[in-house]
Design a binder for this molecule. Structure first.
Ligand code: AMP
Ligand code: MG
Length: 545
């Protein structure tokens, strides 16, 4: 099937000719998908589409080719408009010609079904019809807090609402910690040629003579193809390209040398050769898409010459602290004041996900805080985090603030302890969290909610609950909420065991230096005995000693 694909910023023309010459086909079918004037029940002026065009083009072609196997058509033309597409304008065009209409109908139908899920083209954000209303001196009207979500529901919403950000190509030096967005295959055999695994003497494989004449000396970088006769040997170093096939290397330690002759003292069965392609053959996968790149993966890419892998982008994160009682850590708090710890907590927890972070302190007065913001700039941020002000206090404005920034509030409370007043908002590709200000709640919400959103945005598997035995009793009174209890997963007792840590309240961060896990205590459970198996969520840097 002839295929033509255009990914373009230009409007899609009104009249487009069939993709194969008239007369060749019996049927010519066209589909145009236009942008609706409404998104999530809100009127919109336009939708912004983004794509990784090279990959999207490749995937569209692959999809059409696979569909054509079942629905043979003559030709297909797909046009997808990118960038800002006004409501009413076409965003997608598909034109197909075939001998009979049934094939074209089936191919277009299936193509459209799979376009959304399989092709990396994203709705970046809807553009609102009107600009924000003029500011009043009081808080803008806000919808009542929605019903409380269970932990499971909250995690499922985050997973389904957050979207993957467009992948980018990055040099190796900037790829550490990013998620690989393509499966990288070996472009060549590794090792690329037969190499000596030892410092020693290369001889013919079946030459069992005792004495050999040294006919050449090769260093690691030498490339000197030549043949060997029985009784001849070539001096080689570890890593030297062997001069011909059918050789083995006798270790230097098993040889007695006398001028340009050697005597083999010990015959070995092994060849001491690293054969071309024995690590991996050209075309075989080296690292699968979805893997977070570590030092080893990047070293492997370096070996294979894959110097610009397609990886998740660095999410742009804006973190706002709220609370007039806060002073920076280096300042001595006055009466009624405390030091800001959440900025440090967020900054360091985000180290796990390479991102571009900006941190700003906002006034507790809504209008002043709003003036401190730059909504235009925030439109290009992928994740907004607001510390504090997430609850029901008179100055708690996170929810209306996020709404005014264009976010739909998905939930405003989660039935979890600590961390109940957690707000989650979504706006196209942008996600936002209003995190309860108490530092321990912050830590907990980061791990079950923010880390989950980041995993979705970067294309990683979401953090999963694991199981382990309790090293000691978890002593607690029954609580109607599920609890994520700070704990330390210890490795020194043979099998890993979870040790629950003591905490006085959601404001108590004294347990956090030791915490590397959160035990999931079911609602109304009360204490858990030592030795039983429990679910836990790994927290930052769990495996480090
Ligand atoms: P809020 O969610 O604003 O009601 O804050 C709840 C509690 O967390 C209050 O005691 C705040 O003082 C405290 N808090 C809020 N933000 C921070 C922060 N950045 N660092 C330390 N404590 C905070
Ligand atoms: Mg506050």
């Amino acid at each position: 099937m002839k295929i033509e694909i255009q990914l373009t910023d230009a409007p899609i023309a009104e009249n487009i000719s069939p993709p194969s010459p008239p007369g060749a086909h019996g049927a010519f079918l066209e589909f145009r998908g236009t942008v609706r004037a409404e998104e999530n029940s809100q009127p919109i002026a336009a939708l912004e589409y983004e794509a990784y065009t090279e990959m999207a083009g490749r995937e569209i072609r692959r999809l059409l080719e696979s569909l054509a196997e079942r629905h043979p058509c003559l030709a297909a033309r797909v046009i997808h408009r990118l960038g800002v597409v006004p409501a009413g304008a076409a965003a997608v065009y598909v034109g197909v010609t075939s001998l009979h209409r049934a094939e074209a109908i089936a191919l277009i139908g299936e193509f459209l079904d799979r376009l959304k899920q399989d092709i990396p083209i994203w709705k970046r954000r809807p553009l609102p019809v009107a600009v924000a209303p003029t500011l009043k001196n009081n808080l803008p009207a806000s919808r009542p807090h929605a019903a409380i979500y269970s932990l499971e529901e909250a995690m499922a919403e985050i997973r389904s609402r957050c979207q993957r950000l467009p992948a980018v190509r990055a040099p190796l030096a900037e790829a550490f910690g990013r998620v690989l967005c393509e499966t990288i295959c070996a472009p060549e055999d590794l090792p690329p040629f037969d190499r000596s695994a030892r410092d020693g003497y290369a001889i013919l494989t079946d030459d069992t003579a005792e004495y050999f004449q040294i006919v050449d000396t090769l260093h690691a970088a030498d490339w000197k193809p030549r043949s060997l006769q029985p009784g001849q040997t070539v001096r080689v170093a570890t890593g030297t390209a062997l001069p011909c096939g059918g050789l083995r290397v006798v270790m230097q330690e098993h040889v007695e040398r006398d001028g340009d002759r050697i005597r083999v003292l010990k015959q070995e069965r092994v060849t001491n050769i690293r054969l071309r392609g024995e690590d991996v053959k050209a075309g075989q996968p080296l690292v699968q898409a979805g893997v977070r790149l570590n030092a080893g993966a990047l070293a492997l890419f370096a070996t294979a010459g894959c110097t610009r892998p397609l990886v998740s982008p660095r999410p742009r994160v804006a973190h706002f602290t709220t609370g007039d009682e806060l002073v920076p850590p280096h300042q001595t708090p006055g009466p009624g004041q405390i030091r800001d710890s959440n900025s440090s907590l967020i900054r360091e927890l985000l180290q796990h996900t390479p991102c571009d972070l900006e941190q700003t302190h906002l006034s507790d007065d809504f209008d002043t805080a709003w003036r401190q913001l730059d909504p235009e700039r925030l439109a290009h941020v992928d994740l907004i985090l607001v510390s504090g002000g997430a609850s029901v206090g008179v100055r708690d404005f996170t929810r209306p603030l996020l709404e005014r920034l264009g976010f739909e509030i998905v939930f405003g409370q989660v039935n979890v302890r600590p961390g109940k007043p957690l707000i989650f908002g979504i706006d196209g590709m942008r996600a936002a969290f209003g995190l309860p200000g108490n530092p321990l709640s912050h830590f907990v919400c980061f791990h079950f909610a923010v880390a989950r959103a980041l995993a979705r945005m970067t294309g990683e598997d979401p953090p999963a609950f694991l199981r382990a035995l309790l090293a000691a009793e978890l002593d607690d009174a029954p609580c109607p909420r599920e609890t994520l209890w700070p704990a330390r997963l210890e490795w020194n007792a043979g099998a890993p065991r979870l040790r629950p840590l003591a905490w006085a309240s959601s404001g108590d961060l004294t347990c956090l230096p030791a915490a590397n896990a959160l035990i999931r205590v079911p609602a109304n459970q009360g204490s858990l005995m030592a030795g039983i198996e429990v679910d836990f969520l790994p927290a930052a840097a769990m495996i480090s000693p």
